[in-house]
Design a protein around this ligand. Structure first.
Ligand SMILES: *[C@@H]1O[C@H](CO)[C@@H](O)[C@H](O)[C@H]1NC(C)=O
Length: 439
């Protein structure tokens, strides 16, 4: 190939690439502080808040442009935008942005927060769910069966107009970020379902159904938060983090699924048995499951957890309980759960100020150790560079402090908002401990 031809080819290719990026990004609008006032009330917006220095944001860019293009080509009513939160701080503040990238959906007067894997599918599913009707009507048996087959956990309101219906709609408005909500008349329900009373709120899962009972179950929102998970879960950082809302203690086997051992299989089976056989007894207080790998858990307990292990975690305060003795039989597990429940085992960890600092130091140390063991030369080079540009480090430190400060402010505001009605409950701002700071 002659040099000329090569040049031609290279320029054509790069032109095509540029064109692709240009057309893809054409469906994502760059927003600024003025947006608050210019957005029309009936518009629905999916917005990413980013910062120029945040690498996770850059990784999200191609996904974000794809989402923009795809929603456009589907004729979706959702507009897609992005905001440089470092520059347009008042908009970021309005959306209570503390971590980057933050993904929000603005519909009517509500701002919904997305927390989950940053994949196109997951984000589009969220956008579709939240932008649609808060409660979806199921007008026929066929549709009911169809929806049943597609959802592991299905919330349905059965009945006509009532106080309960109003409560259901308001709960759905808040929790639509997590799950779908449906309504039906009693004639639509499968024959096997016999409800003693109408109206009713029912959850269908694991081949059976449970009725909400206000006296026993308390607030509808809390009940939905407890019931929206299957009784046994394979945890990832997102589901584990979501457990904070349930008020349940997570009891799990932590194991290396690539290297199953006799012990790890035994631990997993024990958790599965506790979830099914002891469901009535424990499901209000405990959520059972397992997690592959100890990376995330190490970050919480600030130590290396030897696998396989059994651990109980309180995700409302990042505290944890380790069994003082071996837990290998159901009897030993029951003893352990009982001790956790009655407060007879000391809670370790937590999210006090000191614990948070300790956790930051631990995570930094882990990152450094990983770099040093996996790429010693690169590590040495990095240290050299770090020493050289210490100012960068100071900047990062300053940024984290700023973030911690703004988060504390936020939590205070949230606590105050709790006392006033009509708060924007969906703008959740707690940080996912697995997501290392993007800076
Ligand atoms: C979990 O943490 C919350 C919030 O600090 C607390 O109210 C609850 O009692 C804790 N549960 C257990 C079993 O320690």
């Amino acid at each position: 190939m002659t040099a000329n031809k090569k040049l031609f080819l290279v320029s054509t290719v790069s032109f095509t690439v540029l064109l692709n990026i240009a057309t893809a990004s054409a469906y994502v609008e760059e927003l600024d502080d003025r947006f608050k006032n210019t957005r029309r009330a009936d518009e629905i917006w999916l917005i990413e808040f980013y910062a120029p220095w945040c690498t996770f944001c850059q990784q999200l860019d191609p996904v974000w442009y794809e989402i923009g293009a795809e929603l456009k080509s589907m004729g979706s009513p959702i507009s897609v935008g992005k905001v440089d939160a470092d520059v347009h701080r008042s908009l970021a503040k309005e959306f209570r942005v503390t971590d980057y990238p933050a993904i929000k959906l603005w519909k009517d007067d509500l701002k919904y927060n997305y927390r989950g894997p940053r994949t196109k599918e997951a984000i589009m599913d969220f956008a579709d769910r939240v932008s649609g009707p808060v409660v979806r009507a199921l007008p026929s048996q066929q549709l009911f069966q169809n929806v049943m087959s597609r959802h592991d956990v299905l919330f349905v309101y059965v009945g006509g107009t009532s106080d309960l219906k109003e409560k259901y709609f308001s709960a759905a408005k808040e929790l639509i970020v997590h799950t779908y909500f449906f309504s039906a008349t009693r004639h639509i329900l499968p024959k096997a379902v016999t409800l003693e009373e109408y109206p009713a709120v029912v959850v269908f899962k694991e081949g059976t159904y449970f009725l909400y009972n206000e006296q026993q179950d308390g607030e509808l929102v809390s009940w939905i938060n407890r019931e929206r998970f299957l009784s046994y879960l394979t945890f990832d950082s997102y589901t584990l983090y979501a457990m904070g809302d349930t008020g349940k203690v997570v009891v799990m086997a932590v194991l290396d699924e690539k290297k199953p051992t006799k012990d790890s299989i035994r631990y997993k089976t024990l958790m599965q048995r506790a979830a099914t056989e002891y469901k009535d007894f424990y499901s209000r207080e405990f959520q059972f499951g397992h997690m592959d790998g100890n990376l995330y858990i190490n970050g919480i307990i600030m130590d290396e957890l030897a696998m396989p292990a059994i651990i109980a975690l309180n995700m409302s305060n990042d505290g944890y309980f380790l069994p003082p003795n071996k837990v290998e039989t159901m009897e030993q597990l029951v003893k352990f759960l009982d001790a956790v429940s009655k407060g007879r085992i000391r809670l370790q960890g937590g999210n006090g100020y000191l614990q948070r600092i300790k956790r930051m130091v631990f995570n930094t140390r882990t990152t450094v150790t990983t770099i040093l063991t996996e790429a010693p030369l690169l590590g040495a080079l990095l240290f050299f560079v770090f020493g050289f540009v210490g100012s960068t480090f100071c900047f990062v430190l300053y940024k984290s402090c700023e973030m911690v400060r703004s988060r504390m402010r936020e939590e205070r505001e949230e606590a105050e908002a709790l006392q006033s009605p009509g708060r924007d409950k969906n703008t959740e701002t707690r940080k996912n401990p697995s997501e290392k700071k993007a800076d």
